[in-house]
Design a protein around this ligand. Sequence first.
Ligand code: ADP
Ligand code: ADP
Length: 232
Amino acid sequence: MIQFDHLKKSYGTGADAHEVLHDINLTIEDGEVFGFLGSSGAGKSTLVRTINLLERPTEGKVIIDGADVSHVSGRDLAELRTKIGMIFQDFNLFQQRTVLRNVTFPLELAHRPKAQRIERGRRLLRLVGLEGFEDRYPSQLSGGQQQRVAIARALANEPKIMLCDEATSALDSTTTVQILDLLRRINRELGVTLVIITHSLSVARNICDRVAMIDGGNIVEVGETAELFANP
Ligand code: ADP
Ligand code: ADP
């Protein structure tokens, strides 16, 4: 479970301080596909990045599985981040590494033995539909294939939570549907909680169980996707 408790975030200090998230209160349940929908600059990315502390709350708390993580650092922060995978709009792959060595990178950081890394990397590539692509480089793949590699890498440490920041925004509509199908399978079959950032209504409707609409640093509406977007 992920809880935001009276969370506020400001950028800058003193006279330059600028509050971009105002008193956010919300609970995301285990196993949910939860979407943050809103226009550019609304604060979606800042909010979601407080979950793995790529951004620190200025006030209030982020609580994961009952523990306030707002102030963790050092080894505890590294440990927290291994439990939370993340994917991005522009994939963020290592261009100098093969597909397999992109996927096994988190396992190298964790000092897993080589044979185990390779075995797990291959299995993850099978899971995302990229068996046989182990020795290619990212530049030799399509956008959708690159995002599959990023998804496999995000799963390497068996996270319970995956953060998806505009993960399909660089992809065409057919590829978007394929990636959303893969993400839904990961949610259903592996039980991974998905936190989806999107500016796209159709992405939200396609995959999210619940959606929070963000505008100007506030949650202006939250509810079941089917109810929020039902035509009266
Ligand atoms: P969204 O993800 O909805 O597009 P963001 O969370 O990226 O919104 O941005 C929310 C607000 O915070 C915007 O006004 C943006 O300019 C500002 N912002 C984001 N990151 C920073 C930063 N590192 N420093 C200063 N302002 C930032
Ligand atoms: P297989 O039959 O090929 O092992 P599974 O569907 O059982 O397929 O699992 C696919 C892979 O996903 C396995 O390597 C498994 O360890 C891994 N896995 C299971 N749960 C998670 C999780 N929460 N996050 C990431 N990977 C996971």
